[in-house]
Unconditional design. Structure first.
Length: 119
């Protein structure tokens, strides 16, 4: 299996946004049964903007790295702006994912959509 590029590998090895947020956070969850990924994304909103983001994941290196980047990129955005974020482009700017890890983008996108909807 090809390794992650250095920038993404750093997000995988030492994620800065792994963990849980205090009560009241919006949550979104997504899974990928084929790879065994299980992701919970939490967003804390203040004044209509994402003040903080965190995730808990069991899964492949791609899901952990992409979730960490996603948490970093959505801070300060409104939920609508977060949904408009081109996550694939953001990941490609960091060196991209190997084909076998591209599913991480969809897993993270589904969790984000659910968290932004308040479900």
């Amino acid at each position: 299996m090809p390794a992650l590029p250095d920038a993404l590998n750093q997000h995988f090895r030492a994620p800065r946004h792994a963990g849980s947020l205090a009560g009241g956070a919006r949550r979104g969850a997504a899974q990928n049964a084929a790879c065994g990924d299980d992701l919970v994304l939490e967003l804390e909103l203040a004044a209509g903007r994402i003040a903080d983001a965190a995730f808990r994941a069991r899964g492949c290196s791609g899901v952990i790295a992409v979730a960490d980047v996603l948490c970093e990129r959505v801070r300060g955005l409104s939920p609508a702006e977060a949904l408009a974020l081109d996550l694939a482009r953001a990941i490609d700017e960091l060196g991209g994912l190997p084909p076998a890890r591209r599913h991480a983008l969809e897993v993270c996108r589904r969790a984000l959509e659910q968290a932004c909807s308040g479900a």
